[in-house]
Design a protein around this ligand. Structure first.
Ligand code: NAD
Length: 395
């Protein structure tokens, strides 16, 4: 079939297997160009198929030669529909890893469930023996609680007061004003259930109980803070509350991991275009301005640049890991530089639908958005027939 993008709101419901494979290949090439480093050996990535999780898997494999197991929740191609981008990414990643002799296996299913945790545990025991790095990079709109069966949905809302702000419909390049009413107490609690740290702790506790953690084990989850401009919807909103819980969870996990001389870390990463960030109001406009300024300055990074730097230059340096006052790794250092943020504050009130292409990098945003789904990738013939059914070798 000939596959073209079909968008609905902030998602694309189709994906192109060849474009996705090329994206993965380019990330691998980037990591290889940085040179090898002495890093983790056996890695579990939870949320491994797109965004920061995929970049983590690629950097660990092609930068440190690690064996990886990746867990994600993606759709295979069915009844003439394309698979999801994360499915194609995982298939391409495994093929390219296997071609170079690296162990890589994947598990597709709900990471919140007991069944998928058990399947992962069995695979680690059978193939790897133990794990020395666990990356927790889930971004999910809902969670079925494994003990109660309750279903929780996360919301992206402010807390206590309504929030009015400029925002963009990025694919139409239209500036509009949005108004979001504050979350209810229940919505705040539900978002914490989905995006807070309980599931991360369940993973680490299960692996510890099964004696699958190596001496010196590291587990890391990803956080975001961002500028004052987005605080009402992010840092001080429902998602920020969930991230606070992730932070408390890291402190508790550090106690659990003491007997392994291990560490639980949070890395505060830069704002980048991913399926998860596209869903957050206001953030796409902020990212469009940020990309323009950081690209001009030469400090722009995407997922793979961030994670390659995180693993090679922050975590696996052979020295102790530099943390901020609150115990977090800061990968948002370039994003939060004062001159960058000052420019955003100056430009923010000036952006209109008429000048958005000139003032911001909205074109770059759109290109990256389509690229997430394998479209707009150089060297791919989008007029050519392509088979949407692609197998993930280990599944
Ligand atoms: P993403 O949407 O690209 O990736 C989400 C991953 O989670 C995918 O692999 C998906 O398959 C997996 N997933 C979702 N639900 C699942 C489930 N039930 N079971 C198994 N797998 C499931 O998201 P991302 O932007 O890379 O976000 C990853 C983490 O990084 C999040 O914690 C996010 O808050 C954080 N972060 C993102 C940004 C950003 O700008 N995108 C910035 C800083 C931190």
């Amino acid at each position: 079939m000939i596959i073209s993008p079909k968008t609905r709101g902030f998602i694309c419901t189709t994906a192109h297997p060849i474009g996705c494979a090329k994206n993965v290949e380019q990330q691998i090439d980037f990591v290889k160009a940085q040179g090898q480093f002495k890093g983790p050996k056996n890695v579990l990535v939870i949320g491994a198929s797109t965004g920061y999780g995929l970049a983590s898997r690629i950097a660990a494999t092609f930068g440190a030669g690690a064996k990886t197991i990746g867990v994600s929740f993606e759709k295979a191609s069915e009844n003439g529909r394309t698979a999801s981008a994360g499915w194609y990414n995982t298939a391409a990643f495994e093929q390219l890893a296997h071609r170079e002799g690296y162990y890589a296996k994947s598990i597709n299913g709900d990471a919140f469930s007991k069944a998928i945790k058990q399947q992962t545990i069995d695979l680690i025991r059978k193939d790897l023996g133990s794990i020395d790095l666990i990356i927790y990079s889930l971004a999910s709109p809902r969670r079925v609680h494994p003990d109660t069966g309750n279903i929780y949905s996360s919301v992206l809302k402010p807390i206590n007061q309504s929030f009015t702000s400029k925002s963009v419909d990025p694919l139409r390049k239209e500036i509009k004003e949005i108004n979001i009413e504050p979350a209810t107490t229940e919505e705040i609690a539900d978002t914490l259930q989905v995006m807070g740290g309980e599931d991360w702790a369940m993973w680490i506790d299960s692996l510890a109980q099964e004696n699958l953690l190596t001496e010196g084990v590291i587990t890391m989850a990803y956080d975001y803070i961002g500028p004052v401009l987005t605080h009402p919807i992010y840092k001080n909103g429902t998602i920020g509350k969930a991230k606070d819980h992730l932070h408390q969870t890291a402190a508790a996990l550090n106690e659990t991991l003491k007997k392994y001389n291990g560490q639980a870390l949070l890395s505060v990463n830069k704002a980048v275009v991913t399926q998860a960030s596209a869903a957050i109001p206001v953030v796409p406009l902020y990212i469009s301005l940020l990309y323009k300024i950081m690209k001009n300055k030469g400090s722009h990074e995407g997922c793979i640049e961030q994670i390659a730097r995180l693993l090679k230059s922050k975590v696996y340096t052979g020295n102790s890991i530099a943390l901020d006052d609150e115990g977090r790794i800061r990968m948002d250092d370039y994003e939060m530089q004062q001159d960058v943020q000052q420019k955003i504050v100056e430009l923010w009130p000036l952006v209109t639908s008429e000048n958005i292409e000139e003032i911001t990098d909205i074109d770059g945003y759109c290109k990256e958005f389509y690229r997430l789904f394998g479209f707009d990738v150089e060297g791919v013939d989008y007029q050519a027939e392509v088979n949407p059914e692609v197998a993930i070798p280990s599944i």
